[in-house]
Every structure is written in C-alpha cells, then in structure tokens.
Design a protein around this ligand. Structure first.
Ligand code: SAM
Ligand code: SF4
Length: 471
C-alpha cells in the first residue's frame, strides 16, 4: 500500500452519505483527484481501489473539491432515490465547471454501468463514465479526455477481482477495514439491479485476501469486514492443489491470522448460509457473532415473486440454527422491502409477523423502487400506491425500533469485550466501540487507546446505543 501524507480525512458512518477522499501532498504531475462515494460498502471499498490505481499512475488526491482537477462520483443504482441524489449532486458541479472548464467530471460504479452513454448525453457536465469492472482502465480514459474526447468503458468482466491491487484506505478509523472477497452476483432477485450493474459472480484468490488482511493487522487494524453480495457462495479453487475453498474455510483462514483480529462479514443469503459457517463462527472467538440475513418479505407469495428461492419456513429454520449454534446473543439484522409488486395488506402483516417471530437487533428497511430492465420491471406491475408503501414502511420501522430496544435491554448487566474505535461523537471524554454482536457502546475513557480491547459492563441503553462502564 502506498505511504501517503494524509492531511485530512472525513468519515461518515451513515451509508447514504458521501465519503470524502484523502489529501496527498506528493508531486501530482497528473493533477489532483477528488472522489465521493455513494451506496453500499462495496462501493466504498471500490473507491479505495480506484484511488490506488490512480496514485500508482501519478495522480494526487484531495479532499477539497475546489482544488480538484478531476472529480469522480462512485455511484449507486439500487433505488431511484440513490440515482436522483447523484443527479442533484452533479448539478452543484456546474459552478465549478463554469469557473474551470478543464475540470474533468467522471461517473463510476453502478449508475455508470446502468446508464452508459446516456449519462454523457443527458448530463452535459459528464466527461467520463466507467463501470465497476473498468477501473484499471481509468488512467487511459483520463488520457482520452486530455485529448479532447469523452471517455467511456462499461465492459463487465467475468474475471476481474482487483485482487492484486492494494486499496488506499479512505474510509477508515485505522481500526476497522473493508476487504472485498468477491464481486458481482448470480442470484437474479427480481427487484434487483446488481446482477446487471456488477456482472457475474467471481471470487477473489484466497492468498491475496489473506495478504491484505495480514498487512492490515500489521498496520494496527483490529477488525476486518469481508464483503460480497452473497459471501456464502464464495468459492475459489487453488490452481496448484485443486483444493476448493468455501466461505467457512476462508473465514477460518482469516480468523487464524491472529486471535486479536476480529472478523465480520456481509452479506449472507438465507438460501446459502450453511451450518459449516455457523460452526466456524462458534469455534473461533474472533469471528464476530453477528449475521446480516436479509429477509426482504415475510410472505411466501412475495418471496416467490422476488425469486429469493427460499420460503419463510426455510428462513426461520436458518434463524433457529443461528440461535442454536451461536446462542441468543448473536446479533441478527435484516433488509426488508415494503410494497413490492402486488403486495397485499395480508402479505405486509406476514412481514410484520416475521419481525415479531425473529426480534432482530437491527434492520435496513426500504420501499420498493422499480429498476428499469430488472425481471420485476418486465413482468410485474409496480401497483402499490406510494402512500401505502410509505405507511407500511413506517410500520416496519416502528416495530424494528421497538425490537432494537428490546434486544439492547437484554444486554444490560452483561460484560462485553469491546474494540475501541475512537472518541464518541458527542463527547471527547468518552470512547466508543463495538461489541462482538455489533452494537455500539459508549463509555467514559480511562487509559485505553483506539484499537485496544476493553471489558465493559453494560449499564443502560437507547434503541441505537449501549452505555457502559469499564470494568
Ligand atoms: N446482496 C444482498 C442481499 O441479497 O441481500 C443485498 C444487496 S442490495 C445492495 C441491499 C438491499 O437493497 C437489498 O437487500 C434489498 O433489501 C434492497 N433493494 C435492492 N433492490 C431494491 C429495490 N429495487 N427497491 C428497494 N430496495 C431494494
Ligand atoms: Fe441483488 Fe439478490 Fe444479488 Fe442481493 S442476492 S445483490 S438482492 S440479486
């Protein structure tokens, strides 16, 4: 990884917020690049790969948009409002472009892949469009612009994993880092644009994943978040030994790097998560007891229309296995979509009932947003009125909030091992960190430093945070 002279960085924990690039003070012959990232953690990890590729070719980076020669937006296309947010942001660049017409404006990521040349035609400001598999080509694309052309590369690859590129960490507190283990998705959930924007599923070489994790540990990182759209289908065959590594084996290999390195992962798919993964989690104390298991709906009829390929009964059986093998304290979170095509009040009640049956720790909840070109957009009518979608979403959010409170209250009186991540947002006298089951804990500082493990007694909570005392 390049050693950078970092003069500032800004980290936002809200996934919907842009995250801003770092500053390098090196000679930057090709000028300075500013990157904003939107959407999922994969996108934030990709921006770190993009930064590495550009720095390697002699670009500098900046966190000040006004001093940038190239402005890149790494975009999300998962819902219409994500795209609208980016279009709105683009408009604010008009003034920058008017002041300095030489500034290059580029769109990367899923929205680039989905809209292709349309973005250059519609958004007159845009000079460059690059899809998620085209980042190695960015220096060439920027050269083309230098020669007065617009530049586009939206080819999707069956092999690209960026495995040999060491990401330049932009979105980090120095304790916790994202590591991509695979790209793309083969699942074809009917509502989802990801298979079209990120292409076929491919797994990254185990050795390059382990090397990245070892280097992170040596640099002082104490938590690795392994990322993929469907981590349970990780599968890599060693060309030398013909041995096939599945996700449980990968988890164990990362956990064995050092028992002080915590391992988390996201996202698990209910049809694929195996008991082998759960037993690996149970065996290694540094594999964190937290599983993000998107449900999407509690109605079997809707799950079939969504092509999720599991039933509510199958999903509940997986929840029961998680709790049997890992215990009641294991954190479980979900994604749910309200108002999918033809969803009735009865279907919606079944989703609320699923939440009641599981009592999740946390959830990401959305209203259905039709994405052009997806199977659902082709086959079904987006017929639930917006006000009904919003009302159902609110009912789901309210119930989840109640459950988050219940789950947090169950932790009161327990002693938790907490990895210290930094100062609490509200007070410099307090540190914050996370429990093994992924809950944020705030506690009064003593001697401990960022990156240390401490024992904390949980004494109170809100629906979002635990309050503790060092023991
Ligand atoms: N791969 C993960 C999975 O299978 O659960 C999640 C990927 S997606 C980036 C994150 C979440 O966005 C999904 O779980 C789903 O709840 C939501 N989502 C995807 N497409 C959507 C759409 N068209 N409208 C609303 N929410 C959507
Ligand atoms: Fe989209 Fe389904 Fe793949 Fe998740 S598993 S990325 S929801 S297609």
């Amino acid at each position: 990884m390049q050693e950078l002279n970092i003069v500032s960085k800004e980290i936002e924990n809200n996934l919907d917020s842009p995250r801003i690039s770092i500053d390098t003070r090196e000679d930057n012959y090709f000028g300075k690049v500013y990157i904003e990232s939107y959407g999922c953690q994969m996108n934030f990890a990709d921006s770190e790969v993009v930064t590495s590729i550009l720095i390697d070719k002699g670009y500098g980076t900046t966190s000040n948009i006004n001093e940038a020669d190239t402005i890149l937006l790494n975009t999300c296309a998962i819902r219409d409002n994500a795209e609208q947010k980016i279009r709105h942001r683009l408009q604010t660049f008009k003034a920058i472009k008017t002041k300095n017409p030489k500034v290059v404006i580029g769109i990367l990521g899923c929205m680039a892949e989905r809209l292709k040349t349309q973005l250059i035609e519609e958004e007159k400001l845009v000079d460059l469009v690059a899809g998620p598999d085209a980042y190695r080509d960015l220096p060439n694309l920027l050269d083309q612009i230098e020669n007065g052309q617009k530049a586009i590369n939206v080819f999707l690859s069956k092999e690209e994993t960026y495995g040999n590129i060491e990401p330049v960490r932009l979105h980090t507190n120095g304790v916790s880092a994202f590591v991509s283990i695979m790209r793309g998705c083969d699942n074809m959930c009917s509502f989802c644009v990801v298979p079209f924007t990120r292409g076929r599923e491919r797994s990254r070489d185990l050795n390059s994943i382990l090397n990245e994790c070892i280097q992170l540990f040596e640099k002082g990182y104490r938590e690795i978040n392994l990322l993929g759209q469907n981590v349970d289908s990780y599968r890599w065959t060693n060309p030398d030994t013909n041995e096939t590594i599945t996700f449980d084996l990968l988890l164990i290999a990362v956990a064995k790097i050092n028992s002080d390195l915590r391992v988390r992962f996201s996202t698990s798919h209910p049809k694929d998560i195996t008991d082998d993964v759960l037993y690996a989690m149970a065996k290694y104390s540094n594999i964190c007891k937290n599983i993000h298991l998107p449900a999407q709906s509690g109605s079997n009829r809707i799950l079939t229309l969504m092509n999720r390929t599991y039933s509510r009964e199958w999903y509940m059986e997986r929840i029961n296995s998680i709790r049997n093998i890992l215990g009641e304290e294991c954190g479980i979170s979900h994604d749910v979509i309200a108002g999918f095509c033809s969803e009735t009040e009865e279907d919606h009640q079944q989703t609320l009932q699923l939440l009641n049956d599981v009592v999740y720790d946390f959830g990401y909840m959305f209203t259905y947003s039709e994405r052009p070109g997806t199977p659902a957009a082709k086959k079904y009518k987006d017929d639930v009125p917006d006000d009904v979608k919003s009302r159902r979403l609110q009912e789901i959010i309210d119930l989840q909030r109640k459950h988050s409170g219940i789950r947090n209250e169950q932790m009161i009186g327990t002693i938790q091992r907490v990895l210290v991540e930094g100062n609490s947002k509200k007070s410099d006298l307090h540190h914050f960190g996370k429990t093994d089951n992924n809950k944020v804990v705030v506690f009064k500082k003593k001697e401990e430093n960022k990156g240390d493990y401490v024992e904390v007694k949980i004494v109170a909570c809100t629906t979002g945070t635990l309050l503790g005392e060092l023991v």
